[in-house]
Design a protein around this ligand. Structure first.
Ligand code: FEO
Length: 394
């Protein structure tokens, strides 16, 4: 990504990875991503707001050279995760006069992760509402822990009302444009995937910092991933909806099937819900990446997982889905499990136990031997009745 001016003397100098398909080797990123960093030039001092992935160092240094930036006074670290701090040791060598500006928690992580034990004199610690004057550009700091690490903070260029939000409000979305066009459906899909995978488990913190962002009232939000946001209210509204504790009248039925029994059960349930007017989406877990599933469960009031039995327990793909639901802690109110078996009988109990920490009500499971019969259809219709009743007031 070329270095580009956001407003006068504030530049995006990060890197872009069009080919990235798994962020952190776990999160599918069909639209790639970017590792954003920003250069703020005052009349007296220059600050680099974060660094980036070590693999991208040539592109990163090239961006600084294109701006004729041969020295730095400050390297601001808003968050220590390696995709933003990985280049810090190199930059501390390249710019020996630069001081690292960060908070106490982030400093601890940076020192330990990058073995910076001998560099105490290179650090300046800032706290809530502290400022650094660059000369006509004032950096103001806001502590914002737990979106999504304990060290995270924001920095505002007060005169320009540009807010750097670290990972918060970002998106894994490679784009040739500096600023985001919210009308692109694939951008909105990527934004929801990103929220689901990174921010959803921290909903209370998300809501708290949305209020902080509203109070700061920035003209521009510059996050760590994806395009820069010129109309912050739009992303704030989207996040407010996703991070609320009010799920939507929507059911997710996610299944995997070996011999067709579990697929028939999923089909019966989805058909029964449609007949009752309950919005539902069905996902075959073999063909559904974790980003799609994560996005689907952001606001679903009910999630049903269906699995065949492999040896003594659930199919591994269903275990993976249950782990994802448990880890991401969606605001779903009702969870259900269905399944089929030949001789082993513990698959649905295993899944139900995995899902317990989510804190949702676990619905009566439907578990059958072999193919569904008349009794199964009665039981699935009962499950659909229960879901329809519970969704009446949503
Ligand atoms: Fe983009 Fe938490 O790192």
């Amino acid at each position: 990504m070329a270095a580009r001016e956001i407003v006068e003397n504030i530049y995006a100098v990060g890197t872009i990875n069009w080919d990235l398909r798994y962020f952190d080797a776990i999160m599918p990123t069909p639209r790639g991503s970017s590792y954003n960093a920003y250069l703020v030039r005052g009349t007296e001092k220059v600050a680099l707001v974060d660094t980036g992935e070590p693999n991208d160092e040539a592109e990163f240094i090239t961006n600084l050279m294109r701006l004729d930036q041969n020295s730095l006074d400050y390297i601001v670290c808003l968050h220590g995760e390696q995709d933003h701090s990985g280049m810090l040791p190199l930059l501390l060598d390249v710019f020996p006069m630069a001081k690292v500006v960060t908070n106490e928690v982030c400093k601890g992580l940076l020192v330990e992760m990058h073995n910076l034990y001998e560099m105490d004199d290179r650090f300046i610690i800032v706290g809530q509402d502290d400022t650094i004057d660059l000369g006509g550009k004032t950096l103001k700091f806001y502590l914002a822990p737990w979106v999504h690490w304990p060290d995270t903070m924001f920095a505002e260029v007060v005169e320009d009302k540009v807010l750097f939000t670290s990972d918060f409000l970002g998106t894994h979305y490679a784009s040739e444009t500096l600023f985001q066009n919210y009308d692109l459906p694939d951008y909105l899909e990527a934004a929801k995937r990103y929220y689901a995978a990174i921010m959803m488990p921290f909903r209370a913190s998300v809501r708290e910092y949305l209020e902080l962002v509203k109070t700061i009232d920035p003209k521009i939000i510059a996050p760590y991933h994806g395009p820069v946001l010129k109309m912050p209210a739009k992303i704030v509204d989207l996040y407010a909806d996703w991070a609320s504790e009010t799920p939507k009248n929507k059911v997710v039925v996610a299944y995997v099937s070996m011999h067709g029994s579990t697929k028939q059960m999923a089909n019966f349930l989805v058909d029964a819900l449609i007949q009752r007017g309950v919005p539902v989406n069905q996902y075959n877990l073999l063909d559904t990446d974790s980003g799609v599933l994560g996005s689907a469960i952001v606001d679903a009031a009910t999630i049903i997982l269906a699995t065949p039995t492999v040896l003594f327990g659930p199919h591994p793909v269903a275990v993976n889905a249950a782990y994802l639901v448990r880890a991401l802690r969606p605001k779903t109110k009702y969870l259900g499990v269905m399944g089929s078996y030949g001789w082993g009988t513990n698959a649905v109990n295993y899944l139900a136990e995995m899902l317990e920490p989510v804190g949702a009500e676990i619905l009566e499971p439907v578990y059958i031997k072999g193919l569904p019969d008349e009794t199964t259809i009665v039981d699935i219709n009962k499950l659909a009745d229960v879901i329809a009743e519970k969704h009446k007031d949503l």
